[in-house]
Design a protein around this ligand. Structure first.
Ligand code: PLP
Length: 478
């Protein structure tokens, strides 16, 4: 067989040179983020060039790297940029980028077997269990994100409530009922749908003025369902709601769950990792009593996408929900096929990448103190922005700011004006807030998650928003 029948390069030296250049260009890009617009739309001619994604004859690395630089690199989400304030996005780090490269080189399949990738995932589960006050025997699993982790939480709680039969026979009409606040993320209702329980089996519990689940309403809803002979089985508390960053009263939810014999799952997508900050970690009190917890390393810990995690207090409960014997996955006492709990026994995925490496490298290289302090800076900037809004003539704040998220809108203006302002900021590449709805009306939402965001970036954003509101913006679409 000729050398070039393999997929490895004929000329490693040339390949190496090109790859080093690509790495340097990636660092240059990260070092110059502020020079570029936050976001620009992928032009139609670029999209047209991407049509030919699967040519019969390959073009080689040099050509493909040139195409990457021209057609891919400039048109991302913008979440690395310091003026990206939308949704709940992590910014990534150079260490995470290098980790992705190294993980790609190893190309581990972390579905199972006896190797360091699986061991490292278990180490991360153990260290996070310790941080969150879960027992040492707790288990955990990398998943794509908190949406998936919340779905796992529902499936594990469903299996715990109905026993093994549910896996063979399905629900058989069991009237399971779950509870989450009106501010819970939409993926919780979706998880109920996907689990065959239906979104209407999720009771939406009203919130207080701080955006926290109301306990009296929760107790009433549970009692009403019991009175109808329905079967309460799950409470989903949120540690850091997506709209405002509010924390449900988790200690009290744990008390109610214990008294009512319900599974307590906590959606801590971004809020749970405030455990890394000495100043903020008090917010997570009560998480330690959850039966299961969802969180994302790819949001406030800035690990490159994707790196969601589900932590489960009772390892057996996680196994029971997913493990299934398969002849081709037979285990041995020694060697490569050794191991009791393979990740494929703890979730539905069999082939899985090495997400643990980028998390391990991020935590080891930066340390929890630095990660926690960058969260604290985001919260301080959010509080400052809230103050400026409160003192302004053009805008009004529409929600409390317990963490890093500020929701506000133009005073005396219709919803459309707020839309137009966001479209202006995105189109001009100045800043990227997102939109939400609060009390039935449109609001701008600034979620400060980026470790690169400085106070001056938030001030520049607000100055431009105010100039636009006064009809004095000088900035044009880029
Ligand atoms: C982001 C978020 C989710 C969804 O997480 P993904 O990682 O995007 O799947 C769920 N809940 C909350 C509170 C979130 O902020």
């Amino acid at each position: 067989m000729a050398q070039n029948d393999l997929l490895d390069p004929d000329d490693w030296d040339a390949f190496r040179r090109l790859s080093h250049q690509a790495l340097d260009a990636a660092f240059d890009d990260l070092m110059c983020l502020r020079k570029n617009p936050v976001w620009r739309e992928t032009p139609p001619e670029v999209l047209a060039r991407l049509d030919d994604a699967a040519p019969a004859e390959g073009l080689g690395l040099e050509q493909v790297l040139a195409e990457f630089a021209r057609d891919i690199k400039p048109y991302g989400v913008g979440n690395r940029h310091p003026a990206f304030f939308g949704w709940a996005h992590g910014a990534g780090t150079p260490v995470g980028m290098v980790a992705e490269l190294l993980a790609g080189g190893l190309n581990l399949n972390c579905g199972g077997r006896n190797h360091v990738g699986v061991a490292l995932e278990q180490k991360i589960a153990a260290v996070m269990a310790e941080k969150f006050g879960f027992p040492a025997a707790a288990s955990g699993l990398f998943v794509t994100g908190a949406s998936q982790a919340n779905f796992h939480g529902v499936l594990i709680a469903r299996r715990a409530a109905l026993g093994a039969g549910v896996r063979d026979n399905g629900l058989n009409g069991a009237p399971l009922r779950a509870y989450a606040s009106t501010q819970a993320h939409g993926c919780v209702a979706q998880a109920m749908d996907l689990a065959g329980l239906g979104t209407r089996a999720l009771r939406k519990i009203p919130c207080d003025a701080e955006g926290r689940m109301r306990l009296d309403s929760l107790r009433e809803a549970i009692a009403a369902d019991r009175a109808r002979s329905e079967q309460p089985f799950l409470v989903v508390g949120t540690a850091g709601t997506v709209n405002f960053g509010a924390f449900d009263p988790l200690e009290e939810l744990a008390d109610i769950a214990a008294r009512e014999n319900l599974w307590l799952h906590v959606d801590g997508a971004f809020g749970a990792l405030t455990i890394f900050s000495e100043k903020l970690k008090g917010l997570t009190a009560g998480v330690s009593r959850a039966n299961s917890l969802a969180f994302d390393f790819h949001k406030w810990a800035h690990v490159p996408y994707d790196a969601g995690f589900v932590l489960v207090r009772d390892r057996q409960a996680q196994r029971d929900a997913f493990a299934a014997p398969a002849a081709y996955l037979s285990r041995t006492k020694t060697g490569l096929a050794k191991g009791e709990d393979w990740p494929c026994d703890l979730g539905p995925d069999l082939s899985r990448g090495f997400r643990a490496l980028k998390v391990w490298m991020t935590l080891r290289a930066y340390g929890l103190r630095r990660l926690g302090e960058s969260m604290e800076r985001n919260c301080a900037d959010a509080r400052r922005l809230a103050q400026v809004i409160d003192g302004s003539e053009e805008f009004e704040r529409v929600a409390p700011v317990p963490l890093n998220i500020v929701c506000f809108r133009l005073k005396h203006a219709p919803d459309e004006a707020n839309h137009a302002l966001v479209e202006h900021l995105h189109g001009a590449g100045v800043a990227a807030p997102s939109l939400t709805r609060v009390d039935g009306r449109t609001a701008l939402r600034c979620a400060l998650f980026n470790h690169r965001t400085e106070t001056a970036d938030v001030e520049a954003f607000f100055a431009e928003a105010r100039a636009w509101a006064r009809g004095r913006s000088q900035v044009r679409n880029c």
